[in-house]
Write a protein that binds this ligand. Sequence first.
Ligand SMILES: *Cc1c(COP(=O)(O)O)cnc(C)c1O
Length: 371
Amino acid sequence: MNTHSIEILSRDGAPGYLSIDLDALRQNYRYLCARTAPVPVAAVVKANAYGLDVARVAPVLRDAGCRDFFVAHVGEAHRLRQFVDGARIFVLNGLQPGAEDGCADAGIVPVLNSLEQARNWTQTAAMRGRRLPAVLQVDTGMSRLGLPPEEASALAADGTLRDRLELLFLMSHLASGDASEDVQNSDQLAAMKQASALFPSLPVCFANSGGVFLGAGFHGDLARSGIALYGGMPTDAIDNPMKPVVRLDVRVIQTRTVPAGARIGYGGAHVTTAETRLATIAAGYADGLPRSLGHRGAAFFDGVRLPIVGRVSMDSITLDIGALPAGTLKLGSLVELIGPHQTLEAIAADAGTISYEILTSLGDRYHRDYR
Ligand SMILES: *Cc1c(COP(=O)(O)O)cnc(C)c1O
C-alpha cells in the first residue's frame, strides 16, 4: 500500500488500515435494485452495518434511494433514526415487552414475531387511539423467529386484532437463500404462499441477499439485503457479482530469521524444520482475525502468499515470509489480509467461518478510511 497509509498508521499507531469503499457500497445497492426491479430493496444495517459503521453506511444508501432499513434491535433503530431521517426503520428481532412506547414514539416499525407481540402492539395502538404500523413475520421453516402457521391462522381470523394493526408486510426469512439448489428454498416459498393466502392483499417481504438471486418468485414486494451490499458473496449460483467494499492491510511490527527447530507462538505449536524468515504483524483475534486461522490462513504481499505459522495471538500473527526476497518487508510495511489477492470469502473459508462473521468482528482498532 502507499506511503501515505503507512504514515497515517505510524502516526496513530493503528495495527492496520481498513478501507471501506462507499462508492462500491452504492454500486452494490444499485446492482441489487436492478436485479429486483421494479421491486425495491431494503438495506439490512444491523450490527452497526455488519461492522462497517452505520453512521457512514446508512446515509450513503439513503442517498442512493434506499427508503427502508432493517436492524436487529430497538436500540439500533433509535440510533439509526438520526442518520436516515424520513426512512422506514424495521426491527427484525421483534417487539420486546417494554419497548412498545419507545417504538411508537419514534415511529419505529416492529416486526411482530408472535401473537403475543401482536396483542401488545394493538394495546399500545388502542391507548394512542390510532393504528400502528407493523410487519408480520411468519415462520416458513427456519424455526427461529415468526408466527408458526397456527398462530398466523389465529391472527388472520381475528378481525378485531387485524383491524387495529396497520400491517405493511408479511415477512419471512430464507434459511438457505445462498444455496441456489437447496430444496429448502422452494419449501419455504410454498409455505410463504400459504401464509400469504391468509392475508390476501398484504405485500410480501421475503428475499435476503441470496433470495435476490433465486428469481423473481422470491422477490415479493420488498427485498432485504445485507451481506451483498457489503461485498459478500450472496449466492453460489454465479461468481460473486458484488463489488468489494472492504480492504484490510495490517502492518509489520517485527521481522526476524530463526534457525531450524525454533518454536513459533503460543504453545510452541509450530516448530521450524529449516532456517525461516518471519514477520510479525499487528493484528490478531481481537481484531477479527479468528484464532482458527492458525497454521491455515495467510497474508499477501505484492500477490505473494505468506502463510500464517503457529497460533494467532490476541494482537499479533506471525507469517513465514520466505517467499519474498530478503529485506522486502520492513517495519511499517503493510500486508494484505482482505483485498484483491484474498477475498472476504477466502479468508472466511480459511477460518472455517463465513464473511458475515469476519465483517462483524473487525473491531475498532484499525485506522478506518472511508472513500
Ligand atoms: C440478517 C438478515 C437479513 C439479511 O441477510 P443477508 O444474507 O445479509 O442479505 C435479512 N433478513 C433477516 C430476517 C435477517 O436476520
